[in-house]
Unconditional design. Structure first.
Length: 399
């Protein structure tokens, strides 16, 4: 394929590498409902314990990339990604083999740190492209499609035969199959530079807008994870069959693909704010349906609307930060921002559902997703104001 852009990060093979690496980095997240169910079934954890265990993964996820602002532009992306994939895979296999709860927790924590590095590099490479909204949408689609395949295949194969170890082995197998695309990843990215060769200075007002945007990322993913993490337990409590639940969750991830592919199709045509409003409204509608689950149909529609909203919303809330980032270093902070949200959500969700009742998490998620929308719109408003007052700050066209 040829590249008509002057930006080397717009090469199709580079984009595909970033997309695939991001999918591997978020594989655990997309399998989170199944992971919680399998751990509970094969390791006999209660809701609070499985919430803490999954939060440990995202604690490692967050702590590793919390420093990425300082090293993401200074390391060889290919080498760091290869090492991270190897460490993460070994940690997953050891977690599946271990019978010790302490060792299991340590391995899950290490795996979180390793896969967050992979995700951070993949997301940063896409943030360096000329149209991040489009490629973030494709990224979310690939992440969801990998989840669809694994949710559909693993329960009736490796999990049914080998239990928890089978699930861990399935994730490692996905890494082995997709890791060759690492060869397309450049050693470093493409920062936006001034003519003099120095980084574009970010004005304090624009920097404030970026931090507000990062808060929007955290609160949106927190709300999404609060519900997504316990969606399988909600269906189980409602009396739905386990195999049926697996099929519904696979279908739901297809709708996540639809949501993110909508972002691919729209790109930056309508900016970042308006699509994010639509995603938030759809999310709230999904919560209303899921909170009144009485039939398979209501559960299915609510779950599919939820994942559509997540696929669309996460694409644009990350793009808000990318649009504001004229320096090229701040977009990687969306990774620890995501990590903070997904780290807190399972533990808090577990505490709110200790009695196997779910109204509290619906209310909590609804409130936080509204906060996310308000923060995202405020970030865009402040960013536009900063650019209008200081035209030299303009890197990408602010949406």
């Amino acid at each position: 394929m040829t590249n008509t852009s002057s930006n080397p990060m717009d090469l199709k093979r580079v984009i595909m590498s970033g997309v695939v690496l991001s999918a591997l980095g978020t594989m655990f997240y997309n399998l989170l409902p199944m992971f919680l169910g399998v751990v509970q079934d094969y390791r006999e954890f209660d809701n609070r314990a499985i919430g803490i265990l999954s939060s440990l993964f995202f604690a490692g996820f967050t702590l590793t990339t919390g420093t990425a602002f300082f090293w993401i532009r200074r390391v060889n992306w290919r080498i760091v990604t290869l090492v991270s994939l190897c460490v993460g895979s070994m940690a997953l296999l050891l977690a599946g083999y271990s019978k010790s709860h302490i060792l299991l927790m340590i391995c899950i924590f290490v795996a979180g740190g390793a896969f967050s590095t992979v995700y951070g590099i993949g997301a940063t490479s896409l943030g360096d492209t000329s149209n991040p909204a489009r490629w973030y949408g494709l990224k979310i689609s690939a992440e969801a499609m990998l989840g669809v395949i694994l949710l559909f295949v693993l329960p009736g194969t490796l999990i049914s035969s080998y239990g928890f170890m089978g699930m861990m082995a399935g994730m490692v197998l996905a890494v082995v199959l997709l890791a060759p695309m690492l060869s397309w990843l450049p050693a470093t990215g493409n920062t936006l530079l001034e003519d003099g060769g120095t980084r574009v200075h970010i004005h304090s007002q624009l920097k404030l807008a970026i931090w507000i945007g990062l808060f929007a990322v955290t609160t949106f993913i927190f709300s999404a994870t609060m519900i997504w993490g316990f969606i399988e337990r909600l269906g189980d409590t409602a009396g739905l069959d386990a195999l049926l639940l697996g099929k519904i969750l696979s279908l739901a991830l297809v709708f996540a693909v639809f949501g993110s592919m909508t972002a691919v199709a729209l790109g930056d045509r309508f900016g970042s704010g308006r699509p994010f409003v639509v995603a938030t409204a759809t999310f709230l509608l999904a919560l209303a349906l899921l909170s009144t689950t009485t039939t398979v149909a209501i559960y299915t529609v609510g779950t599919c609307l939820l994942t559509f909203a997540i696929g669309l919303g996460i694409s644009y809330v990350i793009t808000i930060v990318a649009d504001l980032d004229t320096d090229g270093r701040y977009v990687v902070l969306t990774v620890p921002a995501i990590g903070i949200g997904v780290m807190m959500a399972p533990a808090i969700g577990g505490l709110l559902t200790t009695s196997q009742e779910f109204p509290a998490i619906f209310m909590f998620a609804g409130i936080t997703v509204v906060f996310s929308l308000l923060a995202g719109l405020l970030a865009l408003h402040k960013g536009l104001a900063a650019v209008e007052r200081n035209p030299t700050l303009k890197g990408r066209e602010q949406k």
